[in-house]
Design a protein around this ligand. Structure first.
Ligand SMILES: C[S@@+](CC[C@H](N)C(=O)[O-])C[C@H]1O[C@@H](n2cnc3c(N)ncnc32)[C@H](O)[C@@H]1O
Length: 223
């Protein structure tokens, strides 16, 4: 058995027992595939982790950067109270359209708002609205802009907020200081920013699973 088959099997086992998908999540995956969206959504166990972290935070407000078909959005939004709010930023109108349908079918359209556009344009607009600080920020868009997204997450959060950055391992490429790939450079700069920022305390965890070898960073806003 190949290593990646083994990772798939273990993810399937964990999904069955710990993070089973209901009809709305299954339909979100099915419709995202039918619309030929890239296969880059979080896995079910990862979605459940986001859900548990949002619950542990007691989150009422979540900011997501990178919606795709709304799969992670649904896991996160389900952790929020009925009067909670999740704003998800997505560049592609096509992805946002699929996500909006998936989110509505899951009955979450009252608390989720998908905003279309480049996140670096949407974020200053959002800030101009003086929103309540976001309790959790999930960063999962174009990796080259990760340092900017971490800075924006800080501006839009409060002491105690949690910032999560997905895909920080990139198959191990994050350790290559000489890499000229913009996704690796963006991720390295974000990790180093988290490490030295006086308002942040963070770590990063390597993972394997049905999405390969990757990982995520977690940072708590201190002040
Ligand atoms: C990895 S996918 C998000 C997956 C999603 N969070 C999930 O797990 O279900 C990244 C998404 O970010 C979007 N994206 C890429 N560049 C962006 C940008 N500059 N601003 C906003 N979204 C962007 C892509 O179109 C894509 O839909």
């Amino acid at each position: 058995m190949s290593e990646s088959q083994l990772w798939d099997d273990v993810d399937d086992y964990f999904t069955t027992h710990l993070a089973p998908e209901d009809e709305d999540l299954t339909a979100a995956v099915r419709d995202s595939e039918a619309a030929e969206l890239p296969h880059v959504a979080v896995t079910a166990p990862q979605g459940k982790l986001l859900h548990l972290l949002a619950q542990t935070q007691g989150a009422r407000t979540v900011l997501e950067i990178g919606t795709l078909g709304g799969y992670s959005t649904i896991w996160l939004a389900r952790a929020l109270p009925a009067d909670g709010r999740l704003v998800s930023l997505e560049y592609s109108p096509r992805h946002a359209e699929v996500a909006t349908r998936n989110i509505a079918r899951a009955g979450l359209d009252k608390i989720v708002e998908v905003r279309v556009g480049a996140a670096l344009d949407s974020l200053p607009q959002l800030a101009d609205e003086n929103p309540a600080p976001f309790d959790l920020v999930f960063i999962d868009a174009d990796k080259s802009n990760n340092p900017h997204y971490v800075e924006w997450a800080l501006k839009l959060s409060r002491a105690g907020s949690l910032i999560i950055v997905d895909n920080v391992v990139r198959g191990g490429r994050v350790a290559d200081a000489g890499s000229t790939a913009s996704d690796v450079q963006g991720t390295r700069t974000a990790i180093e920013l988290i490490g030295r920022h006086p308002r942040l305390s963070g770590t990063a965890i390597q993972t394997v699973g049905s999405k390969g070898y990757d990982g995520f960073a977690l940072a708590r806003v201190l002040a």
